[in-house]
Ligand binder design. Sequence first.
Ligand code: HEM
Length: 308
Amino acid sequence: MNRDYQTGVIAESSRDALFLSFNAIQSPGNEQKIRQVLAQLPQMLDEVRAEMPNKDLHLVAGIGSAYWDQVSPHARPELLRPFPALENGQRVAPSTPVDMLFIVRAAAYDACLELASRIGDKLAGLAKLEREIHGFRYKDTRDMTGFVDGTENPEGDDRLEVALVGDEDPEFAGGSYLHVQVYEHNLDAWNQIPVKEQEDAYGRTKEDNVEYPCDKKSPHAHTKRTSLKDADGNSMEILRHSMPYGDSTCKGLVFVSTCRTPEHYELMLNSMVNGDEEGRADRILEFTRAVFGAAFFVPSNDWLRSLK
Ligand code: HEM
């Protein structure tokens, strides 16, 4: 196991986060300069941590599937592939690739802003900021639909086992496949249905967050659609780092999955959008819509430092 992983891939949920996506400006010499910025990221994180201690600051620096070969023409993570765009009637999962994603998260917004600003300054003239979203903890880690999010995430050492590439791809050990989607909720419609119907949509109770017994879950329940097993009966797991975002008019979720393989997320998303063998799809997709989706690889810190 490569222990020099980016800590943001494993860290517990944060109070605040900035999600920044950039596209490289294509001009001669830029690629090498961007490589140098990427190589400096672990040190930049250390510097801000030293200046602003006790803020539990973490960074996740991901390189987009389509952009990867420009950063590293000779070596590519074995399973890195584009975001799996899907569409089935009203249920959509668009692919909107970007070159780089930085997730800066901490126990306080000022630390997020400090590191994000330094990354932005370094990339000035080299890459264009496409989108910046401020994610925040809502109540006791609830999604804006009012349900606790993250309960069934792996815990302790299981987080490393689920999220980090191991010996199966030695050059990229300690890295992680990351998928991000931005969902916009239709809370007017959601809040019009009774709480019991909301609970059925997730397969969990709302206030006290208790899982329904398996035989009481609808095939359309979100937790039913995303609890998948492989051919040997083992659970297919991902480590989620989703966070609510929004203002008084538009609210939603930045969904983030990290995993040692992209396959688990791809199968879950397919199960939500296209449903089971009888086409029974995820009920929550009637109340939320993905407007952004992209796939990245998050290399280990020592891999980043080795970039020239
Ligand atoms: C579980 C919310 C999208 C995968 C949950 C839970 C909530 C939730 C409230 C139950 C508590 C928990 O265990 O965390 C949402 C919302 C989404 C969304 C609001 C989008 C707007 C997704 C997507 C995937 C996913 C796109 C994967 C493709 C999972 C998994 C679980 C889960 C694996 C745990 C299932 C279990 O073992 O019980 N989600 N989710 N979610 N979600 Fe999502």
